[in-house]
Design a protein around this ligand. Structure first.
Ligand SMILES: NC(=O)c1ccc[n+]([C@@H]2O[C@H](COP(=O)([O-])OP(=O)(O)OC[C@H]3O[C@@H](n4cnc5c(N)ncnc54)[C@H](O)[C@@H]3O)[C@@H](O)[C@H]2O)c1
Length: 367
């Protein structure tokens, strides 16, 4: 198969969909890899390293899309990329369709095969291609939140771990999945008082067993969330309903209940956010303030640490990308249920329930 790797053009996105080691795996299995010049520079990989691994370099993004049967990328295509996509071209990347009608309509119109990293799902319902980025984003959420709690950026002016004789900050984490767990570990490690909420009691039981003593687990419901936000310094939004828009657990009215300078980091922004006042921001301009509450809603948090993120992502995506290249998407998806669940839009038809429901579109059964 002819595999194309374009350079990511979303603001401050420095990750790349394949490492030189990944190129070598494709080439060893008799595939041809075209990569746009400079695509790996942001993650620390030179064009020469890709060439040595067996990739062919192309000057422009247009050339990559024009030649490839399968495009492997990282972020969802942005407007400038829509017209580069061809009918029947397999696009293997994050899409997060449920949060963008424009992208959904564009991909339907382009008649591409859209296989979304975030909905590839294992038997145990875990999301193997979301997990590595969630691990990065969860850990980063605390780093970033701690920074914006500083007074100069509008925060409460509180040090996450406190010092001897001064209480640490209160950190509230909504959602105890991968993001929430990694955030809890980091916040607890820095000495904060941490509360983690989830609707799954089974998950809370597990978290209560494995997390340190400065993490409390609490069943998530609107009443207890409203109580908890009144005394929280840093709130992390980390809920997920796979393939669907995130529920608004914190409404605009609830901001008034918070203390001045509270920091909200809505990691779930890529699924629409679990805080009503969340709107996507970028690494260049990551925060905004509403009602004296600092909002950090960067949609591609792992993009700021591209070395770690590219390695973590490609460790997870490569085995699936190789299956797609070796067998073609139809056979690979027919044989592997995990991959099949990644199909969202196929030649103009929505085949993923969460996307159909989000935009009231007909759902087509493929297999
Ligand atoms: N901004 C970024 O750069 C970035 C990076 C990675 C992941 N994410 C996003 O972070 C979010 C979380 O990802 P994850 O991998 O941790 O998902 P996950 O599936 O591992 O965890 C989600 C958790 O939310 C819980 N949940 C659902 N409804 C809830 C409610 N009402 N109250 C409390 N908990 C609830 C679920 O039970 C689950 O445990 C996703 O939207 C994901 O796309 C964003």
């Amino acid at each position: 198969m002819i595999v194309g790797i374009p350079k990511e053009i979303k603001n401050n996105e420095n990750r790349v969909a394949i490492t030189p080691a990944g190129v070598k795996s494709f080439v060893n299995q008799k595939h041809t890899v075209f990569i746009q010049k400079g695509a790996g520079l942001g993650s620390g990989f030179s064009d020469e390293e890709y060439q040595i691994a067996g990739a062919e370099l192309l000057d422009t993004i247009e050339e990559v899309y024009a030649i490839a049967e399968m495009i492997c990328k990282v972020k969802e295509p942005i407007k400038e990329e829509y017209d580069l996509i061809k009918e029947n071209q397999l696009i293997f990347t994050y899409f997060h369709f449920a949060s963008s009608r424009a992208l959904t309509e564009a991909m339907i119109a382009k008649k591409a095969i859209c296989l979304a990293y975030e909905t590839v799902e294992s038997d145990d319902r875990s999301l193997p291609l979301l997990t590595p980025m969630s691990e990065v984003a969860g850990r980063m959420a605390i780093q970033e939140g701690a920074k914006y709690l500083g007074k100069p950026t509008g925060g409460r002016g509180i040090l996450l771990g406190g010092v001897a004789g001064v209480k640490p900050a209160n950190v509230l984490i909504l959602g105890g999945g991968v993001v929430g767990t990694e955030a809890a570990k980091m916040a607890a490690g820095l000495g904060a008082n941490v509360t983690i909420m989830d609707i799954s009691l089974k998950r809370l039981r597990y978290l209560s067993d494995v997390l340190p003593a400065n993490v409390d687990t609490v069943a998530s419901n609107p009443y207890l969330i409203e109580e908890a936000i009144k005394t929280s310094d840093l709130i992390i939004g980390a809920v997920l309903i796979p393939g669907a828009k995130a529920p608004h657990l914190i409404t605009r009215d609830m901001l008034k209940l918070m203390r001045k300078g509270t920091v909200l980091v809505d990691v779930a922004v890529d699924q629409g956010g679990c805080i009503e006042t969340c709107k996507p921001t970028t690494h260049e301009d990551p925060i905004y303030i509403i009602d004296d509450v600092v909002h950090y809603c960067v949609a591609n948090m792992p993009g700021a640490v591209p070395y770690t993120s590219t390695m973590a992502l490609t460790n997870a995506t490569l085995p699936y990308a190789l299956q797609l290249a070796n067998k073609g998407w139809r056979v690979a998806c027919a044989e592997n249920e995990e991959l099949r669940k990644g199909l969202n839009i196929v030649v103009g038809k929505v085949v993923y329930k969460g996307v159909a429901e989000a935009f009231d579109l007909p759902l087509v059964e493929l297999f």
